[in-house]
Design a protein around this ligand. Sequence first.
Ligand SMILES: [Zn+2]
Length: 124
Amino acid sequence: MLDTNSIRSALEAKLRSLVSELQTIAVLNTETDDWEAQPVGAESAEPDSIDGADVVEEWNERHATVAVLEVDYRNVRRALQKIEDGTYGTCEISGKPIEPERLAANPLARTCITHMNNEGDLPL
Ligand SMILES: [Zn+2]
């Protein structure tokens, strides 16, 4: 039997830290539920102090960071939803219970060990 209460607490803490990290560089579009990277320099008092190339580079970096954080954000939210639905710990491909050691290593796992290589094919 999974201790979903402690998993839920850990996931909620993870979600809070992801959101606060995302909020420093992006804004949540509540209509699409997408995080959108904020323009570089928007928070800077002296936008003239950085030149164009730096801005482009930082923008690309910020986009990449937001993309990575957003995947985590969605995975954590999905896992929390699955706890609510009572489907947490069930492989999304075979419907079989996910091995406890796999969940211990990765509480966000969506598949059993047999299907872990197919996890990337699942919709976000
Ligand atoms: Zn499976």
